[in-house]
Write a protein that binds this ligand. Structure first.
Ligand SMILES: NC(=O)c1ccc[n+]([C@@H]2O[C@H](COP(=O)([O-])OP(=O)(O)OC[C@H]3O[C@@H](n4cnc5c(N)ncnc54)[C@H](OP(=O)(O)O)[C@@H]3O)[C@@H](O)[C@H]2O)c1
Length: 287
């Protein structure tokens, strides 16, 4: 089996590549060959590059983790957001059809407006508030129903820029530690997400799945937990509202983007562990 990973240099892409290598190492029959395509190797906005790389490597499964994820910067450059996140996904989908590959697309909790008073299930109506959310939703619409789409949220890991690293960096400075307490979501550890992505993708499971660690919190609650796990003083963290953020963020965020992992739950598939449990290992490595 040959597997191509786009965005292989990013948080999620790198975790998927690592998971695939782990699987490959444990398999004697049906070996897994991994083509890890980072941004340097593959620019998904360029149709010809995507088609030629995919035609040349003839993967059975493509994990499409490449995206422009700078949520605030997307507001200032919607063309780039749509070129990468929507059109880039169209190119990857076209290439997948060309070679008969199964595609796994990673989407986001930011496709929802956050006005629901309960967690969002796969069958709730998206209504993105930001350019990033709209461009990722447009990407979802490029994916065939026979392929796999995963929505996840608040991804943290030991690589790349993420909130666990930001909290620890800020904690080393003298300045105030303020985090918003009016945005709710489910932190998701990249290694857990990658395991489920690989499981669903290699099984060619069709349809849309919400995949997050279990439980929910606010960014304030998340920051306190990171400090607690790092053995630092969590009482330094102050809760603020989104309106009090200085400077204000350009992209609006959903106030509630907790994802009900309903498709996994109702089909009896394993759910990911509570976020605090998985975060412990991440913080352990980061400190
Ligand atoms: N992080 C989260 O909290 C979160 C939450 C929900 C969903 N997601 C989704 O999960 C997926 C992976 O995100 P992530 O957290 O791993 O983000 P990430 O660390 O920013 O990784 C994205 C990767 O895509 C690459 N990339 C950007 N533009 C590209 C282009 N035009 N062509 C090819 N590659 C390009 C980036 O390379 P450069 O850095 O070199 O540009 C980066 O390596 C994305 O689809 C994202 O929307 C993430």
């Amino acid at each position: 089996m040959r597997v191509l990973v786009t965005g292989a240099g990013g948080q999620v892409g790198a975790a998927v590549v690592r998971r695939l290598h782990e699987l490959a190492a444990g398999r004697r029959r049906d070996p897994v060959e991994v083509v890890a395509a980072d941004h340097g190797l593959l620019e998904v906005g360029l149709r010809d590059r995507v088609l030629s790389l995919v035609a040349g490597s003839e993967p059975d499964v493509i994990f499409h983790a490449a995206a422009w994820t700078a949520v605030d910067a997307c507001e200032d450059d919607p063309d780039r957001a749509f070129r990468v996140n929507a059109l880039g996904t169209r190119h990857v989908a076209e290439a997948a059809r060309l070679v008969g590959a199964h595609l796994v697309y990673v989407s986001t909790d930011y496709v929802f407006d956050g006005r629901l008073a309960r967690p969002y299930a796969e069958w709730d109506e998206p209504n993105p508030l930001s350019v990033y959310g709209r461009s990722k939703r447009a990407g979802e619409l490029e994916v065939d129903p026979a392929w796999t789409t995963l929505r996840t949220s608040w991804v943290v890991g030991t690589e790349g820029t993420n909130m666990a690293r930001t909290v620890l960096r800020l904690a080393r400075s003298e300045g105030p530690l303020r985090f918003v307490d009016d945005q709710r979501g489910s932190p998701t550890v990249a290694t857990d997400l990658a395991c489920k992505m690989v499981e669903l993708g290699l099984a060619r499971r069709p349809g849309l799945f919400h995949v997050t660690n279990a439980g929910e919190t606010t960014w304030f609650g998340f920051a306190c937990e990171v400090l607690r796990l790092a053995g630092l003083d969590a009482s330094r963290v102050e809760p603020i509202t989104t309106a009090e953020l200085e400077p204000p963020r350009r992209a609006p965020r959903p106030a509630n983007s907790v994802l009900d992992n309903a498709a996994l739950r109702l089909s009896g598939d394993g759910l990911l562990p509570p976020w605090q449990e998985s975060l412990e290992a991440v913080v352990g490595e980061l400190v």
